[in-house]
Structures are given as structure tokens and as C-alpha cells.
Design a protein around this ligand. Structure first.
Ligand SMILES: NC(=O)c1ccc[n+]([C@@H]2O[C@H](COP(=O)([O-])OP(=O)(O)OC[C@H]3O[C@@H](n4cnc5c(N)ncnc54)[C@H](OP(=O)(O)O)[C@@H]3O)[C@@H](O)[C@H]2O)c1
Length: 312
């Protein structure tokens, strides 16, 4: 019996039992085969960039709706990736409150569909999760061992997904992140710049603290996590932390805009979904893989220096 040719890239050995190639070395020194769900999103667009030298299959949400388990399974079967990166999600945090069914269908059952498909072909899964799995009652950075207690439907759907994925794929890598900004879509700095360009004063909440995270830095770190074959929960954000008011003040200051930023409380600006008052994620789990991320102010400066795509 002839041995089939391996896919190019990662280091593999032939498994006579399975009749195909298996990874023999868990660190990828050459191109990885990656299937990416959510490529059109804020993070997804930077993941596509950062995965530039890898073999990437990035189906659109139309081509692979996460809720269509047969389609997801076929796609993963056909692409036979080393890694599946699941960045796709229903991310409208307030919308999730009134669309609970959709939130769970996409964020939890959709993720389960992907995990089952990944298990079937023996690939690895990196699932992008959120700081909103925590209730925000702590006042020191959340460790990966801290108990989850989401305060919103979005947080609940992601927290439940985490549990289900660990059951299905004990070697899943769950990368929790927070407060994303980037050039791939609407985000906080873009909104503040738009408001500040037309208003003399803006009001921003000063009683929610977290770590703003540039999708470029996050995408780079996630690709590194795949390369080192990471597993378990990892917290991945830019370093440092601030309130939304601090973040807005820095955006206005760095952009030399005359707009005055006023601190307000969450109670003054009620939203349908509850947000954690404190959701800083400890970087220890990321540092364990020898991966570091720049400070959020440095990330913001790089974001602001780059020309923004039209409409964002
Ligand atoms: N944004 C944040 O501040 C933040 C914070 C913490 C964690 N996260 C997590 O980080 C990840 C990336 O977030 P993001 O801000 O980049 O999200 P995003 O910009 O809202 O993009 C979401 C992506 O998911 C796709 N998608 C939505 N529903 C789908 C479905 N039913 N089937 C297949 N694809 C679907 C979208 O496709 P279309 O473009 O075609 O709709 C899009 O590509 C998510 O898992 C999110 O939960 C985000």
C-alpha cells in the first residue's frame, strides 16, 4: 500500500492505523493549515493578515453558518486543518439580551458544532472567548482558575460554550480577550474619534475597568499560541488597564482634539446588558508560553497612526 503524500507545512508522521499523517512534533516550524471562522470580523481580518504565511481557509458566514452543523462538519472534513480558529460569534452584547436563543445557537451550539467536527478529523481548536464570562466583582486581575459568573446573556453563552468545548475536546485552547479595537470594523476609538470631531464635550463611563486590546496584537499572539500548540485557558489582552473614560481621554489627547471628556457612571448610562465593573485578565497564562503583548497605550498609538479604512 502506498503512503499518501503529507500536506505541506507542519511536521507530520504517517500513522498506519489511521492511514494518514499525524503531527509528530507539536511545534509548527513551517506553514500550518488553518481554517478560520469569522474572517470578516474585527479580529478575523487581522487574523487573516497575521496568518499570511500559513495555508488558510476562511469561509464566509454565508458559506459556513455555525448553526448549520452538517455544513460546518463538511467544511472541516474537506479542509483537514492543523488548527481551526473560531473567532466567529454573535457579538452584539445588548442584542443578545433580547435574542437569547440566537446568542446560544451561535455562540454555544455553533461552537459545539465546530468542536465536534474538529474532534472527528483530529485537528486542534482555538476558541476566542471573553472577559464577560466574569461578573466583575474582583478588584485584582482575573486568573484562568477564577470561577466564571457571567452577568449578561452574551457572557453566559460564551461561558457555557467554554464548558461544552472542554468536554468535547480536552485539548482545546480557549483564548479569553477583552475590549477589542482595530481597523476591521466599528470599535470604541473609532466611535470616540467620530463624536469628538463634532462635539465640544463627550461623556464616558468611568466605573468599568478592563484592558483595551488591539486586534493586530491579539491576532499575532493567537497565531503564536497555535504555533506552540497551546491548550487550556489563556488570557490574551494588551497589557495594562484603564476605564472607558481613561481610554477615551487618551484617544482624544493622542489625536490632539480639543474635545472635553467628562467621566460618568454606568448608572447614568444604563444599557440592556450588564457589563462587569472590573474585567482585567491576568497575563500569567500567556506569559507561561513566553508570549508578551505591548501596553494598551502603545497599541492605541499604533492604531491611531495608521490610516483608517473609509466608513470605519
Ligand atoms: N469585540 C470585543 O470587544 C470582544 C471582546 C472579547 C471577546 N470577543 C470575542 O472575539 C471574537 C471576535 O470578535 P469580533 O469583535 O471580531 O466580532 P465581529 O467583528 O462581530 O465579527 C463576528 C464574526 O462572526 C461571524 N458570524 C456571526 N454569526 C455567524 C454565524 N452564525 N455563522 C458564522 N459566522 C458568523 C461574522 O460574519 P459576518 O461578518 O458575515 O456577519 C463575523 O465574521 C468573538 O468570538 C467575540 O466573542 C470580542
Amino acid at each position: 500500500m502506498g503512503v499518501p503524500a503529507p500536506t505541506p507545512g507542519s511536521i507530520k508522521s504517517f500513522s498506519p492505523q489511521r492511514g494518514d499523517w499525524q503531527h509528530s512534533v507539536p511545534v509548527y516550524n513551517a506553514a500550518m493549515r488553518v481554517t478560520l471562522f469569522g474572517a470578516s470580523g474585527l479580529l478575523g481580518q487581522d487574523l487573516v493578515q497575521q496568518l499570511g504565511s500559513e495555508e488558510v481557509i476562511a469561509p464566509s458566514s454565508k458559506a459556513a453558518d455555525l448553526t448549520d452543523h452538517a455544513r460546518v462538519r463538511d467544511l472541516v472534513r474537506e479542509s483537514r486543518p492543523d488548527w481551526v480558529i473560531l473567532s466567529a460569534a454573535y457579538t452584539d452584547v445588548d442584542g443578545c439580551e433580547t435574542n437569547r436563543e440566537l446568542a446560544f445557537a451561535v455562540n454555544c451550539e455553533g461552537a459545539v458544532n465546530v468542536a465536534r467536527a474538529v474532534r472527528e478529523v483530529g485537528s486542534r481548536l482555538l476558541f476566542v472567548s471573553t472577559d464577560y464570562v466574569f461578573d466583575g466583582s474582583k478588584r485584582s486581575p482575573y486568573e484562568i482558575t477564577d470561577a466564571k459568573n457571567p452577568a449578561s446573556v452574551y457572557g453566559e453563552s460564551k461561558a457555557q460554550a467554554e464548558e461544552r468545548l472542554i468536554e468535547i475536546l480536552p485539548n482545546v485552547c480557549i483564548a479569553r480577550t477583552s475590549w477589542l479595537f482595530g481597523h476591521g470594523g466599528k470599535c470604541f476609538p473609532a466611535t470616540i474619534l467620530k463624536l469628538a470631531s463634532t462635539r465640544p464635550e463627550i461623556s464616558v463611563v468611568n466605573d468599568q475597568r478592563g484592558s483595551p486590546t488591539f486586534t493586530r496584537d491579539l491576532a499575532g499572539a493567537l497565531v503564536q499560541l497555535c504555533r506552540v500548540s497551546a491548550q487550556g485557558i489563556v488570557h490574551v489582552t494588551n497589557s495594562g488597564n484603564c476605564t472607558w473614560y481613561d481610554f477615551a481621554t487618551e484617544i482624544v489627547r493622542e489625536s490632539a482634539l480639543p474635545t472635553k471628556v467628562n467621566p460618568v457612571t454606568t448608572a447614568e448610562f444604563p444599557r440592556p446588558a450588564r457589563r462587569p465593573a472590573y474585567s482585567v485578565l491576568s497575563p500569567d497564562s500567556l506569559h507561561a508560553y513566553n508570549i508578551r503583548t505591548p501596553e494598551w497605550r502603545d497599541a492605541l498609538r499604533r492604531y491611531l497612526r495608521e490610516p483608517r479604512p473609509v466608513g470605519v
